[in-house]
Write a protein that binds this ligand. Structure first.
Ligand SMILES: C[S@@+](CC[C@H](N)C(=O)[O-])C[C@H]1O[C@@H](n2cnc3c(N)ncnc32)[C@H](O)[C@@H]1O
Length: 298
């Protein structure tokens, strides 16, 4: 699987690393399916792959992170203004000494946490993602982004050509004049209305931590075991509707061979354990090769 449209953000759990395994496990009749649904899109590695290869007639992408979804919409609707805004931020940042860069980072973080217009907010989001520690997105209980400065010598910021291409792809219309890509900002349960036997659904939820204190908090409400159980209900609903559905998750057996949490929840489906390299993990020892789960209903 060759990915020309590289994800434009660093994102915890980003799937670029796992794409080869995912590709091997796609439904054999994928070319007959018309709709792609991704309820936890994040930086959208798999979505971008399908989009650039024109695999589906219609795409429904969703994430609960409002600022992330704003970014997708700004790239679609305001690409020129967005590119100017992010280029100005990059210029200002790169012309500063290291001490001044850190101060600048915190001033942008403050501004991002206050009201600002959509284009500015989208540019701030990318700026912070590229300059903060490990590209994390974490908010405190007040919903304020609180990741500290990352001290990168030469952060990549944004590839303008990639934004232009992505914007064009997001602007594609169907024969009725509607966008081919629907961009939604809802809890995953609300996606039920978009699911039918013509859909391929890929669920990549926040992972169940494999290290104690492992990273699974993307915003103020963290995704706990009850959320994982609710997602299993959603999965079964999609199965009954006749959709093809794939879900990835961490494998608790990396830490505890007796842990049957996902094996129990998805016992009626195909559970595969594939090798993966975890990129964001609070425990440096947790960075080596571990297995992850790929669960399919086909
Ligand atoms: C593992 S990441 C997805 C990574 C993505 N596959 C990629 O390649 O970048 C999980 C995403 O789920 C989102 N999320 C968390 N809770 C959610 C919920 N209840 N409903 C919908 N999205 C949620 C987070 O904001 C995060 O972007």
């Amino acid at each position: 699987m060759e990915l020309k449209l590289k994800p434009f953000l660093k994102w915890a759990g980003g799937k670029t690393q796992l794409l080869v395994e995912i590709e091997k496990n796609l439904p054999s009749n994928i070319e007959e399916l018309n709709r792609y649904v991704e309820p936890f899109v994040g930086a959208g590695a798999l979505f971008l792959f399908f989009l650039e290869n024109n695999m589906f007639e219609e795409y429904i992408i969703n994430d609960i992170n409002t600022k992330l979804i704003n970014l997708y919409k700004v790239i679609r609707d305001n690409k020129q203004e967005f590119i100017i805004c992010i280029s100005e931020l990059r210029e200002k940042y790169l012309n500063k000494s290291e001490v001044e860069r850190e101060k600048f980072f915190y001033s942008i973080r403050n501004a991002f946490n206050k009201e600002c217009d959509n284009i500015t907010q989208a540019a701030y989001m990318v700026f912070l993602n590229k300059t903060c520690f490990n590209g994390l997105f974490r908010e405190n209980s007040k919903g304020e982004f609180n990741v500290p400065f990352g001290r990168y010598k030469n952060p990549s910021f944004i590839d303008e050509e990639l934004i232009e291409t992505l914007s064009d792809l997001l602007n594609q219309k169907d024969k009725y004049g509607n966008f081919k890509v629907k961009i939604l900002n809802q809890p995953f349960q609300e996606m039920r209305e978009y699911i039918d036997m013509d859909s391929f659904i890929y669920c990549d939820p926040p992972y169940r931590p494999v290290t104690i204190g492992g990273f699974n908090s993307y915003n103020k409400s963290s995704f706990n075991d009850d959320s994982q159980k609710a997602l299993a209900e959603f999965y079964k609903f999609a199965d009954k509707k006749g959709s093809k559905i794939m879900l990835s998750n961490s494998d608790p057996k990396n830490l505890d061979l007796e842990d049957e949490f996902f094996d129990d929840l998805y016992r009626d489906f195909n559970i595969q354990r594939v090798l993966a390299k975890r990129r964001i993990n609070s425990n440096a020892k947790g960075r080596g090769e571990i297995t992850e789960l790929l669960i399919t209903n086909y």
